[in-house]
Design a protein around this ligand. Structure first.
Ligand SMILES: [Zn+2]
Length: 94
């Protein structure tokens, strides 16, 4: 009787182990997906940085790539394949 019971417990813990293994596989998969997603995001950002302007499209204001938050202040407008960048000063004058 005692024996039977312990065997049952063993089976149960085996099932639990399998379940856990399955879960960690799922987690790995979602981590992998996340990694690819952030890689894609990074690529997009790199592309964006490569297309950064040297200066404002509407005035001679130079674009400072090293200034933190510069991209936030500048307004990018798409005109066909061209991207027009408007500096904060020009933004104020709109
Ligand atoms: Zn400007």
């Amino acid at each position: 009787m005692k024996n039977k019971n312990s065997r049952k417990n063993q089976k149960k813990s085996e099932k639990k182990r399998l379940k856990r293994a399955n879960k960690s596989k799922q987690k790995r998969l979602s981590e992998e997906k996340h990694r690819i997603d952030s890689q894609k995001k990074l690529d997009g950002l790199t592309n964006l940085l490569r297309m950064l302007p040297k200066k404002c499209s509407f005035c001679p204001e130079p674009f400072d790539q090293n200034q933190p938050g510069a991209l936030d202040d500048w307004q990018a407008t798409f005109r066909g394949a061209e991207i027009l960048y408007r500096c904060p000063k020009c933004n104020e004058n709109v």
